[in-house]
Design a protein around this ligand. Structure first.
Ligand code: NI
Length: 260
């Protein structure tokens, strides 16, 4: 079984004490691939260090997270571009709009989002979208920017069946994480009819820990519990879910060397 955690922040300080153990544990449990989305210029060095240490297992995305968009966002975007010039990245991410905590920077978030979509198109890279209380705002911009070159994932999807259809309509994938395992999320009903080819799996570690570890720190090994729940919803084995979702992830991000 080969699982892929398409969204994990293992470079954050929450893992400073036991990062190696966490990565090895994931690999042991079949999570061969861990894709690392950037947050902002304060996290990039730690992320790139992991990519060097765990080459072949950890792969980086470059972008400015909407939660880090403030008055200095244009400088941050310049740093994103500098990194894109000098290292290999597998996506632009994570980027998007977050209106959960406050809306002070909404205009700037929208600008940074559209700008980074432009970078993705130029570089022919997929995008990894973060949205929180902002599906309509995000979707409007994605629709505006739509082009055959623009692909990506709506990460941590928690929406309705109708929203899932809209994601698929623009040719994007649905990123499913721990919320799928939460008792009252109803997410299982939203995605029951969704063709598996549109779905990839993630943890968003250290956040959004799946049942039965809900409330504890999340880690990439736990993507297994998301796969298990999806297997139950779809009436398939966990092995089949692992294979299909890893194939989908690689189709989008192209991280598995072709000689494997
Ligand atoms: Ni994230």
């Amino acid at each position: 079984m080969v699982l892929t955690d398409t969204h994990t922040h293992l470079y954050l300080e929450e893992f400073n004490e036991d990062r190696e153990e966490v990565v090895n544990n994931a690999i042991e449990k079949g999570v061969q691939y861990m894709l690392l989305p950037n947050i902002d210029s304060s996290t990039t060095e730690a992320m790139m260090k992991m990519v060097r240490t765990y080459a072949g297992h950890c792969f980086p995305f470059m972008g400015l997270h909407p939660g880090s968009v403030r008055e200095d966002y244009e400088d941050e975007l310049k740093m994103v571009e500098q990194w894109l010039d000098k290292e290999k990245f597998y996506a632009i991410g994570e980027i998007g709009i977050d209106l959960y905590w406050d809306k002070t920077w909404q205009k700037q978030q929208e600008k940074a989002f559209a700008y980074q979509i432009g970078l993705a198109k130029e570089l022919k890279l997929p995008i990894v979208i973060h949205m929180r209380d902002s599906f309509d705002e995000v979707y409007r911009i994605v629709k505006q920017e739509a082009s055959p070159d623009l692909r990506g994932v709506f990460h941590c999807f928690t929406g309705s069946a109708g929203q899932a259809d809209k994601v698929i309509d623009v040719g994007f994938k649905i990123g499913l994480g721990g919320v799928l395992t939460f008792k009252n999320s109803k997410l299982d009903q939203s995605i029951k009819q969704v063709n598996l080819k549109h779905i990839i799996l993630e943890t968003d570690s250290p956040y959004l820990t799946p049942h039965p570890y809900r409330g504890k720190r999340n880690q990439s090994a736990y993507v297994f519990y998301v796969a298990q729940k999806l297997a139950e919803v779809k009436g398939l084995s966990v092995d089949e879910i692992a294979d299909i979702t890893t194939r989908n992830a690689n189709e989008l991000f192209n991280f598995i060397p072709t000689d494997k």
